[in-house]
Design a protein around this ligand. Structure first.
Ligand code: ASN
Ligand code: ZN
Length: 351
């Protein structure tokens, strides 16, 4: 390639000083990482400044290779100053780690598996309390937040980019039970990227620890997460187990039981923890189960979502396809396949 990739210093908001890849062009540094992804809108992975609009804007440029100041963006401040760059640093760090987790652990290149470059646009809209993925641009937009801090924590970036992986593979329809599974796929991706990043962002396995099993704690001004994977009902709305009414919920709540299944699969559960919801649904008491660790749990999930799920997969299908994936990866009689079965039984799907 014609571009020269260099390593800059980014002062991130959530992860301290981080090494970020940039590109030196005619004496100026651009927030383009030419080592991750090809093609796409900017020819390589990039971070842009939406500058309070809703389109991508232009790639960040700086006269030195030191970026940001680690502080929350202040509304009304210049978006070309250090404060404006901090959101870009958050974005590049999250995106580098998302890319590396997928590639180094699964051999999956970028979001589509074909290494098509993606980008993140920071400072979308004004005081915007959300972040979102768009499949049109294969990119993500990050708001500065008002009731949240800037929505660029590792788990949020891993979540949004996870929508890109799902869009390129199973393409789970974003409503009903499949929508809940789509959201859960993104929460799972967010936590796995978090675990990978916290362990140093290297290696071919997902570390067993490092993630917090809650979504959005870092961006929360009160310290209260958006979602609790190990016990979704802590948000006051998400169910802990599947039921026939699940499909009517917003996808950010119907994701709950699958998130909990994934937590049990990775981490295990006591009968007590697993049976919390039965006070509400009074079905039966599930057995305690031993987890198989985050690495294996994620490999099974990823295989199922990228090669077995379809747009209309529901919880019952997901359970069957997850068992199939576990058998293919670890053997027909494997403890991993049994663990998948138990984890789904613990959320009232199958037995
Ligand atoms: N941040 C949200 C999400 O990725 C945006 C949305 O509601 N789709 O789920
Ligand atoms: Zn989502």
């Amino acid at each position: 390639s014609m571009l020269q990739t260099v390593v800059g210093v980014g002062k991130s908001q959530y992860n301290g000083d981080v090494p970020i890849n940039t590109t030196l062009v005619n004496g100026q540094y651009k927030m383009i990482d030419d080592t991750r992804g090809t093609g796409g809108t900017f020819g390589a992975m990039a971070i842009t400044n939406a500058n309070h609009g809703t389109s991508a804007g232009s790639v960040y440029v700086n006269s030195t290779n030191e970026w940001g100041d680690g502080k929350q963006y202040v509304s009304g401040g210049s978006t070309t100053d250090a404060n404006g760059q901090t959101a870009a640093v958050n974005a590049m760090w999250g995106l580098m780690n998302t890319y590396d987790m997928l590639k180094n652990t699964l051999g999956w290149q970028s979001l589509d598996g074909h290494n098509t470059a993606t980008y993140i646009a920071a400072h979308v809209n004004n005081n915007y309390d959300n972040a979102y993925y768009s499949d049109t641009c294969r990119c993500m937009f990050i708001g500065d937040g008002r009731s949240f801090y800037s929505l660029g924590s590792i788990d949020v970036i891993g979540h949004e980019m996870g929508h890109g992986v799902t869009a390129a593979t199973s393409n789970l329809t974003y409503s009903g039970e499949s929508g809940g599974l789509n959201e859960s796929a993104s929460d799972i991706n967010g936590e796995v990227v978090e675990a990978y990043a916290r362990a140093g962002g290297q290696g071919e396995t997902i570390p067993a620890t490092g993630n917090d099993w809650v979504m959005g704690k870092e961006i929360s001004k009160t310290g209260t997460p958006l979602r609790w994977m190990y016990k979704p009902s802590k948000d006051g709305t998400s169910p802990d187990a599947w039921s026939t009414t699940l499909k009517r919920l917003d996808v950010h709540y119907s994701s709950g039981p699958n998130n909990r299944m994934f937590y049990f699969l990775a981490q295990g559960s006591s009968a007590d923890a697993a049976s919390d919801y039965y006070s509400k649904f009074l079905v039966k008491s599930p057995a305690a189960m031993t987890g198989i660790g985050l690495d294996k749990a994620y490999r099974i999930w990823f295989k199922a979502n990228t090669t077995k799920f379809t747009a209309s997969t529901n919880y019952a299908d997901a359970r069957n396809k997850m068992i199939e994936a576990a058998k293919e990866l670890y053997g027909k009689q494997s403890k991993e396949a049994t663990a998948v079965q138990r984890a789904y039984a613990a959320i009232n799907v199958g037995e």
